[in-house]
Design a protein. Structure first.
Length: 33
């Protein structure tokens, strides 16, 4: 069975990229809202 979480371990660079994407996505949503 596959777990609900697709990524069990993430590289620091991937985490940083995800944080940046999430941050810009947040700003984008707030700008639209």
């Amino acid at each position: 069975m596959k777990s609900n979480r697709p990524y069990v371990q993430l590289d620091p660079a991937v985490i940083e990229q995800a944080r940046e994407l999430g941050f810009f996505t947040y700003l984008y949503i707030m700008a639209l809202g």
